[in-house]
Design a protein around this ligand. Structure first.
Ligand SMILES: [Mg+2]
Ligand SMILES: [Zn+2]
Length: 206
């Protein structure tokens, strides 16, 4: 059986983004409700991984040690809520490096699929910008846009046509988690009340 997996963008999705890059643990500030939302996923058996462009590394704005400090801060906040992320996949390159992992290319998602030995088809992926969704659908993920960070601009307008056709939108990460857990509950209820359940099969033998 495949792992229940959710893939999240970081800046603008979990924490506030900045035009001048998030460059320190101090500047890494969670969006209200985001930490609790990840913990709620975990408590319902979901594994959470992060896929993040971090070109600030390639641009020399901060180093890997500082990036680790940001993630230690996030992990501590998560732990306080009983939550965790399995792993953080990041692209350290700048556009000039022409790598395969910088979103909108799908290298990070490929790496995640390999790590879990799992086809990512239908795996929910959440981001605040077009390139997050482009990268995820390339690997078959289900695209979700949040109206935080760069997504804020789409809150009150129709989504432009160049977004993936099956893009679903949410107020923020917490609203996405409400939606996902609610959908899961509805599916479970439907299975339990289905006439094709075990009872139906046994009836045929009597
Ligand atoms: Mg983002
Ligand atoms: Zn890269």
């Amino acid at each position: 059986m495949s792992t229940k997996l959710v893939i999240l963008d970081r800046d603008g999705t979990i924490n506030y983004d900045r035009d001048d890059y998030v460059k320190s643990a101090e500047e890494w500030q969670p969006i209200p409700g985001a930490i609790e939302a990840i913990a709620r996923l975990n408590h319902s058996g979901w594994h959470v991984v992060v896929a993040s462009n971090q070109s600030g590394l390639g641009r020399g704005l901060f180093d890997v040690g500082t990036l680790n400090q940001m993630h230690e801060k996030m992990n501590k906040l998560l732990a306080a809520e009983g939550g965790r992320v399995d792993a953080i996949f990041y692209c350290p390159h700048t556009p000039e490096d022409h790598c395969h992992c910088r979103k909108p290319l799908s290298g990070l998602f490929q790496q995640i699929g390999e790590r879990y030995s799992q086809d990512l088809k239908g795996v929910p992926a959440v981001g605040d910008s077009l390139r997050d969704l482009q990268a995820c659908v390339e690997q078959g993920c289900e695209p979700h846009l949040v109206f935080t960070g760069k997504g804020e601009q789409f809150r009150h307008v129709e989504l432009p046509k160049h977004f993936p056709e099956n893009t679903q939108t949410h107020h923020d990460l917490s609203a996405f988690v409400d939606w996902l857990l609610n959908k899961e509950q509805l599916n479970q209820d439907a299975q339990e009340s289905s006439p094709k359940a075990t009872h139906g099969l046994f009836r045929g033998h009597r």
